[in-house]
Design a protein around this ligand. Structure first.
Ligand code: PBG
Length: 334
């Protein structure tokens, strides 16, 4: 069926897809997916102190930095084309409690970091993690009562937390907690405080994943008891992701996120087809660590693996990608 019998009797192959692969020029001309710096979001881990730059053991090549050095990093990132950073802070143990009180501290590390980064690099889009886990004595994303992570009381704190980030100068707040109704509550709280221009990037389909392990090492934020399965999603589920994404859009999310990325490429695509807002994907810490570890052993070509995996996330439908490889990708693109 691939050959047409022409009247002169010759068999002729009329479909030759390899024509479009035969030279770099042609391959580039017909490439369907492109990576570029402005679609990347660089996560930053910030710690108290000065002059600190410590490598995170389970995230080789990635660092926790004090604010002074974070500012240098933010300037560097902007100078190479990165337009957006996502901030996480490592809170001191003595500041942690069940209510995540430190999360609302106007002079807390997060709020000081937002102000300083926006002061140093005003054009950089600053996004902030909104969830209680770095500030929770239980390491949970919400308030704990008995064995339960209570929803509505947590949402009330998250809305205040988002407002405090916005007042400090954040461009986007990024709720990563997976409580029900938090996008609506955050939107309402922002409106009530006249914070009309603050974006919400909702972690809408965030799965209860083993691939967050290195991140929890980075922030010392692993849950003290139980797991996060009563709020993060079951990896078995697909329709639920679409439901969550649509709810968040209806509640006022500007960007929605799927997380992790690589094991959930199908979800990125389905959500992309179902919502009319930009979709981001978080190429998470464990996914980074897997590539790093295999590369260190000489089992994978690191640069090739970085480009291929990131491209696959883009191809799946992600408009934006939060990735620890942001600097590597820019190096590889130039
Ligand atoms: C906290 C949060 C987590 C990540 C981003 N925000 C961890 C978690 O939910 O336990 C994971 C990021 C990564 O693994 O790179 N709510």
């Amino acid at each position: 069926m691939f050959y047409n019998n022409l009247k002169n009797g010759f068999n002729m192959l009329i479909n030759r897809p390899r024509i479009l692969r035969q030279s770099p020029a042609i391959r580039a001309m017909v490439a369907e997916t492109h990576l570029s710096a402005e679609q990347l979001i660089a996560p930053l881990f910030i710690v108290e102190g000065e002059g600190i730059e410590e490598q995170i053991p389970s995230l080789p090549g990635y660092y926790r930095r004090s604010l002074d050095l974070t500012l240098k990093e933010a300037e560097l990132l902007f100078s190479i084309g990165i337009r957006s950073v996502l901030l996480f802070v490592k809170s001191k143990d003595e500041y942690k409690d069940n209510l995540g009180t430190e999360a609302l501290n106007e002079n807390g590390l997060m709020q000081r970091s937002i102000r300083a980064i926006k002061g140093a690099v005003p054009q950089l889009c600053v996004m902030t993690d909104v969830a209680l886990d770095p500030f929770s004595s239980f390491g949970h994303d919400g308030i704990v009562k008995g064995e339960e992570i209570v929803n509505d009381e947590t949402v009330a704190v998250l809305a205040k937390m988002a407002v405090s980030h916005a007042k400090a100068g954040a461009d986007f707040v990024a709720p990563s907690d997976m409580m029900d109704g938090r996008i609506a509550a955050i939107r309402k709280a922002l409106e009530e405080d006249q914070l009309h221009n603050i974006g919400i990037m909702a972690y809408s389909a965030k799965y209860a994943s083993c691939f967050y392990g290195p991140f929890r090492d980075a922030l010392d934020s692993a849950p003290g008891f139980g797991d996060k399965k009563t709020y993060q999603m079951n990896p078995a589920n697909r329709l639920e992701a679409i439901r969550e994404a649509k709810l968040d859009v209806a509640e006022g999310a500007d960007i929605i996120m799927v997380k992790p990325a690589l094991s959930y490429l199908d979800i990125i695509r389905e959500v992309k087809n179902d919502v009319l807002v930009p979709v981001s994907a978080y190429h998470v810490s464990g996914e980074y660590a897997m590539i790093k570890a295999a590369a260190q052993k000489g089992w994978l070509n690191e640069d090739a693996a970085i480009l291929e995996t990131t491209l696959s996330i883009k191809r799946a439908g992600a408009n934006l990608i939060a990735t620890y490889f942001a600097k590597d990708i820019i190096r590889l693109l130039s």
